[in-house]
Design a binder for this molecule. Structure first.
Ligand code: ZN
Length: 83
């Protein structure tokens, strides 16, 4: 069975898909950690309830390093300032 496409293998299960800002793969949200900006600093959103924009990232250090190198975290999390 030669399906060449990228894995949409198990359709039928509806899980939220998020894109990791490190490796930029779209994966189920459950595989990623959420980060948000708190007081201008990027913080892990452990409870997934911090307000504002979130960025999603694998816990893999390589993903985090890649995101930081590209400035992807800051870009994903930049929010409009009130002034
Ligand atoms: Zn990743």
């Amino acid at each position: 069975m030669g399906v060449a496409g990228a894995g949409a293998a198990d359709r039928g299960r509806r899980v939220p898909i998020r894109t990791c800002v490190g490796c930029r793969r779209a994966v189920p949200q459950a595989e990623l950690s959420r980060f948000a900006v708190v007081d201008g600093e990027v913080a892990a959103d452990v409870g997934r309830r911090l307000p504002g924009r979130g960025a999603w990232l694998h816990e893999d250090p390589e993903c985090r390093t890649a995101a930081e190198r590209r400035g992807a975290l800051g870009r994903a999390l930049r929010r409009s300032r009130a002034r």
